[in-house]
Design a protein around this ligand. Structure first.
Ligand code: IPM
Ligand code: MN
Length: 355
């Protein structure tokens, strides 16, 4: 018998529950074959729950989530809830309160998946974005003055702490070394204009670099980096950046690896309860139709067990995902896969049980 893990599951809204079910199917297949045990604890959080009860993410629930080994989230978002409420009161609250200071977003083009980038293939698209996940413009600093008058002032402040920047940069250097690929870490900022935060990031980056002489580094402004990601994705190995720039460039990452049907991420506090999610939203128009692609959610589950220390199991899940992408799926788009949501999950589970 392998280790036992308590997983807090937040299926959430729209197609969230459908894709999470397939990720759980993959984990159950893994436990059958490899003996580790997963206990799934469901949490009702999301727009649906909010509209019904007025409850978002109470502190008691946060405490219960904190007691889990990891959190697995489907999607949060509802067309009838005003934009901003669910984001701030659930998703960002979880990131801040659990201090999930790394947003880890691998960008890998798997065999059999099409990229919109002309002339680029699996050899060229394989990098990871390390996004700072608790500070920057997301911290909510600022305020308004004379609202609704012609003299209105709106200030949005970017918070960058020495501690926050340093732990993020250090994580990125460690990851770059562990990957053992190009061993190149790119700092993405905008230090030609954002002089205060840019200066802090630059100095910390240089200082931390001293302990990693084996890693080659460069620094790029975010606008230029957006161009180079499209033109020469093969130049990147690990990119480290602040919260907002990370949010933006990982959407570029998602689309060049085939789109939201495959892109997943981890919200991580090393050594503590961390949260894993597919990058796509709740896709309300596909809800309940068995059409949405569950691969991103399965990859999120794979990242989760890797994070929990089940590296071998994670490899088995990834191999199954790759086989299904290469040999079965016609497209990553909802309704065009050639299979239904559940059938894709069945295929992955089958390759996990019989690699
Ligand atoms: C993401 C999302 C969130 C973010 C939104 C939903 C608040 O876009 O995880 O990238 O901006 O971080
Ligand atoms: Mn985003």
């Amino acid at each position: 018998m392998g280790k036992s893990y308590r997983i807090g599951v937040i299926p959430g809204d729209g197609t969230g529950p459908e894709v999470v079910a397939e990720g759980i199917k993959a984990l159950k297949a893994l436990s059958k074959r490899w003996g580790m045990d997963f206990q799934f604890h469901q949490f009702s959080v999301g727009g649906e729950q909010y509209l019904k009860t007025g409850i978002l993410l109470p502190d008691t629930m946060l405490k219960d989530l904190k007691s889990m080994d990891a959190i697995y989230l489907g999607a949060i978002g509802h067309p009838d809830v005003k934009p901003g409420i669910l984001e701030r009161e659930i998703l960002l609250k979880m990131r801040f309160e659990l201090d999930l200071y790394i947003n880890l977003r691998p960008v890998v083009l798997y065999p059999g998946v099409e990229t919109p980038l002309k002339g680029k293939g699996v050899e060229e698209i394989d990098f990871v974005v390390v996004r700072e996940n608790t500070e920057g413009l997301y911290a909510g600093g600022g305020g308004v003055f004379k609202k609704g008058t012609p003299d209105e002032v709106a200030i949005q402040e970017s918070v960058n702490t020495r501690k926050g920047v340093e732990r993020c940069v250090r994580y990125a250097f460690d990851l770059c070394r562990e990957r053992g690929k190009k061993k190149r870490l790119t700092l993405c900022g905008k230090s030609n204009v954002l002089m205060y935060e840019g200066d802090l990031w630059n100095r910390v980056f240089e200082e931390v670099h001293r302990a990693y002489p084996d890693i080659e580094t460069n620094a790029m402004n975010v606008d230029a980096l957006c161009m180079w990601l499209i033109k020469n994705p093969e130049n990147f190995d690990v990119i480290v950046t602040n919260n907002l720039f990370g949010d933006i460039i990982t959407d570029i990452g998602a689309i060049i690896q085939g789109g939201l049907g495959i892109a997943a991420g981890g919200n991580i506090h090393p050594g503590n309860t961390s949260m894993f999610e597919p990058m796509g939203g709740s896709a309300p128009k596909y809800t309940g139709q068995n059409k949405i692609n569950p691969m991103a959610a399965i990859v999120a589950a794979q990242m989760m067990i890797d994070h929990l220390g089940e590296g071998e199991g994670a490899k088995v899940v990834l191999a199954a995902v790759k086989t299904v992408l290469k040999n079965h799926l016609k497209s990553l788009e909802a309704g065009r896969m050639g299979y239904g949501t559940r059938e894709v999950g069945d295929l992955v589970a089958r390759y996990i049980e019989e690699p």
